[in-house]
Design a protein around this ligand. Structure first.
Ligand code: NI
Ligand code: MN
Length: 229
C-alpha cells in the first residue's frame, strides 16, 4: 500500500490513502504560499492539531461542503458544531480513535490553542497515525519535548516537524527532535509562510543527513511524497 503526503505550504497537508483522503490543518485561501483553493479540496477526514487560525481557517467550510469528519480536541469540535459542522469526533491527548483509514492518536504538543474568535480551543496536540503498515507522526505546532521519545516506542516511518522557529521549534531543536523520534523520513513544516518563519530548508536537510539517521524530504508547496509500505 502506498500513502501520498502532499504539502500545501505552512502546516497544511493532505494524506492520500485510497480510498481515503485526509486533510491536516486546512489553511488554504489565506495561506500566502498555497495555490490550492479551499472550495476545490476533497477529503473524507479533517484532522486539526489546535485552534489557531493558521490551522483551522478552512476547516468548517470544507467539512460542511464535503461532509468530512473532523477529528480534533473536544473544545474545537464543539466550536465547529456550533458553526454547523455535523460530523465531528472530539478527542483529547493520549486518546486514539479507530476509524476507516486506520488509527488516529492525539499526542501532546507544547503550544497554545485559542480559537480565532477567542473561544477556548483546549490544548494543542499532534497526531500519530497508523494507516495500513505506515506510522506517520504530525507533531503539530510544538516546542521540543523529551517525551517525543515515547512516541517512537514503535518505529516511525514518517515524522512531520515544524522548523520555522518563533512560534514553534526551529532548526536546532528539530534536529534534537529527530534524534528522539528516529523516523525513517522527516518532512519539514510550518516554515517559509511569512518572513518571520523563513528557513533554509536545504541547509536543514544537510544537517539532518549529517547529524541524524533520518532521510530528509523537502517538498515545495503542492508537491507530494510517496511512502511505500
Ligand atoms: Ni499555533
Ligand atoms: Mn501555527
Amino acid at each position: 500500500m502506498s500513502v501520498h503526503l502532499t504539502w500545501f505550504g505552512h502546516a497544511t497537508w493532505q494524506i492520500q490513502a485510497p480510498p481515503h483522503w485526509i486533510v491536516v490543518d486546512p489553511f488554504f485561501d489565506e495561506n500566502p504560499v498555497c495555490e490550492q483553493a479551499a472550495d476545490k479540496v476533497e477529503c473524507d477526514y479533517i484532522l486539526l492539531t489546535h485552534g489557531h487560525f493558521d490551522h483551522v481557517a478552512d476547516a468548517a467550510s470544507i467539512a460542511k461542503r464535503t461532509g468530512a469528519q473532523v477529528l480534533a480536541n473536544y473544545e474545537i469540535t464543539n466550536w465547529l458544531r456550533k458553526q454547523g459542522v455535523a460530523s465531528v469526533m472530539g478527542m483529547n491527548l493520549g486518546g486514539s480513535f479507530r476509524t476507516k483509514f486506520g488509527v488516529a492518536k492525539m499526542t501532546p504538543a507544547l503550544h497554545s490553542s485559542m480559537l480565532p474568535d477567542g473561544t477556548d480551543g483546549g490544548v494543542a496536540g499532534g497526531f500519530l497515525l497508523e494507516i495500513g503498515q505506515s506510522r506517520i507522526y504530525f507533531a503539530g505546532d510544538t516546542a521540543l519535548f523529551s517525551d517525543m521519545s515515547l512516541i517512537a516506542r514503535k518505529p516511525l516511518d514518517v515524522a512531520v516537524l515544524p522548523i520555522g522557529d518563533l512560534f514553534t521549534m526551529g532548526v536546532e531543536d528539530s534536529i534534537e527532535a529527530i534524534k528522539l523520534l528516529k523516523p525513517e523520513y522527516v518532512l519539514p513544516s510550518h516554515y517559509g509562510t511569512w518572513p518571520q518563519i523563513a528557513q533554509d530548508a536545504e541547509e536543514w536537510a544537510r544537517r539532518v543527513r549529517a547529524e541524524t539517521s533520518a532521510v530528509p524530504v523537502v517538498l515545495k508547496s503542492g508537491e507530494s511524497f510517496r511512502l511505500e509500505r
